[in-house]
Every structure is written in structure tokens, then in C-alpha cells.
Design a protein around this ligand. Structure first.
Ligand code: 1PX
Length: 215
């Protein structure tokens, strides 16, 4: 009778989705990658409405990728690797200045890819933090080391303000709904190598095709 109630959010499941991104030959599956981001955005929304300017942008990028997958050429978008080849072969990417293809899969995934580096750095800081560690500082440090390089000062300022509202480490761990702190730390240790691998594979691919600075 209580099946209407939504299942309680658990971050383990979200990070598991990222693990399922990789195929045997180390290609990155777009559906799973996007589903992972969807779960993370849901988690972020539960932290308060001050994060909504971030989740709006993330959701619009997620939607762009879902539209590609549902479109006539959806099969070309099964993996990030096939997407890159398809869009480059068919000249569907703005390589030097924006204009014709603001919704290319290549530039959209690049934005999420840069955010994945932030996630990797933030989770690593959470994992190795002590009881009195400040999540707001961990989050800001991870951001300044990664995504901030690609954002205007206005967005950096807004992000900085949002980070300040993050709850302390113990509350943050509770919201993750994984279990006691030791279990959170273990879960992060388990998930991080795969997140790093997904990041590195995409980074290498984008380096190979010279796509790391797409407008
Ligand atoms: C246990 C921790 C889990 C935390 C999960 C949090 C998920 C966060 C999802 C964030 C996704 C952000 C995507 C940002 C993509 C981006 O860089 N977009 C910019 C460029 O796009 P454009 O199309 O214009 O080239 C765009 O300008 C971004 C605007 C929004 C601001 C983005 C700030 C990102 C801060 C990320 C940190 C999230 C903090 C969550 C706190 C837990």
C-alpha cells in the first residue's frame, strides 16, 4: 500500500550507474553516463534550491543527450566513441567558434566531462577527510582546481555562494544515505577508481581528436 512512496535516495546506486558506463572494450555508454548525471542532479536538488541554477544547466545538457539518443541517428550515439566519430565525420561540431551546432554531442559531453573531474576531486576529498572536515571547502577546492577554469567570474561567484550553504560532513554523509561514515568512505573508495577510469578514457579520446577546447 505504501508503494507510492518514492524509494529513499541512496548515492551508492548513483555511483554504481557510473560503473556500468564502461563496456568490455572500454567504451563509454552514453545512456548510463547520462543516467549517472541524472542521479547526481537529483541528489544535488535535495541539498536546496540555491543549487537550482546548476541543476538547470545540467538537466538541459542531459536532455540534449537524451534527444540525440532518441533521434533518427540515435544508434550513432550509443557510446561517446561512436558519437565523436559520427559527429566529426559528418561535420556536426563547431570546432573553433560556436554558431551552427550549439547542441552537438561532443561539446555537450565535454561540459559534463569537465564536471566529472570536479566530482572525482570532490569525492576524493570527502573520502580522505577527517570528522571536522568542511564539505564547503572540499567542494570549493575541487571546483577551483577543475571546472572553475572554464567558468566566467559570475558563475564562479554564484557557485562559491552555493558551496557555502553545504551542510557539514556528518549531515552531508547522512544525506548520501549510504550508512555510517566508515561505510561511506568504503563506498567512495570502491566507486572512485571507476569514475577516474571513465574520466581518463574520455579525456584521452578528446585529446586524440583535439576536442578539449570546443566552444
Ligand atoms: C557526493 C557528492 C555528489 C554531488 C553531486 C553533485 C552533482 C552536480 C552536478 C553538476 C553538474 C554541473 C554541470 C556544469 C556544466 C557546465 O560547466 N556548464 C557551463 C558551461 O556550459 P555552456 O553550455 O554555457 O558552455 C554553464 O555555464 C554552467 C552553469 C551553471 C554553473 C555550474 C557550476 C558547477 C558547480 C559544480 C558543483 C556542484 C556542487 C554540488 C554540491 C554537492
Amino acid at each position: 500500500a505504501d508503494s507510492v512512496e518514492e524509494k529513499k535516495f541512496c548515492l551508492t546506486e548513483v555511483l554504481d550507474v557510473f560503473k556500468s558506463c564502461l563496456t568490455e572494450n572500454k567504451e563509454v555508454l552514453v545512456d548510463q553516463y547520462v543516467a549517472g548525471w541524472r542521479g547526481l542532479v537529483k541528489f544535488m536538488n535535495s541539498l536546496g534550491s540555491i543549487f537550482s541554477f546548476i541543476s538547470k544547466d545540467a538537466v538541459s545538457k542531459i536532455q540534449i543527450m537524451i534527444n540525440h539518443r532518441n533521434g533518427n541517428n540515435g544508434a550513432e550515439y550509443v557510446t561517446i566513441q561512436s558519437m565523436v566519430k559520427y559527429e566529426l565525420d559528418n561535420k556536426l561540431v563547431d570546432l573553433t567558434k560556436s554558431g551552427n551546432f550549439p547542441e552537438s554531442g561532443c561539446r555537450t559531453i565535454l561540459r559534463l566531462h569537465r564536471a566529472l573531474r570536479w566530482l572525482e576531486l570532490f569525492l576524493e576529498r570527502l573520502r580522505t577527510s577527517t570528522e571536522d572536515g568542511k564539505t564547503s571547502v572540499m567542494c570549493a577546492d575541487a571546483y577551483n582546481e577543475s571546472l572553475a577554469h572554464h567558468h566566467s567570474w559570475l558563475i564562479r561567484a554564484a557557485a562559491g555562494m552555493a558551496f557555502c550553504t553545504l551542510p557539514g560532513r556528518s549531515t552531508f554523509f547522512e544525506v548520501m544515505n549510504v550508512g555510517p561514515p566508515e561505510q561511506v568512505v568504503a563506498m567512495l573508495g570502491d566507486a572512485l577508481p571507476l569514475i577516474s577510469e571513465v574520466y581518463q578514457i574520455t579525456e584521452d579520446l578528446y585529446t586524440e581528436y583535439n576536442l578539449l577546447n570546443l566552444p
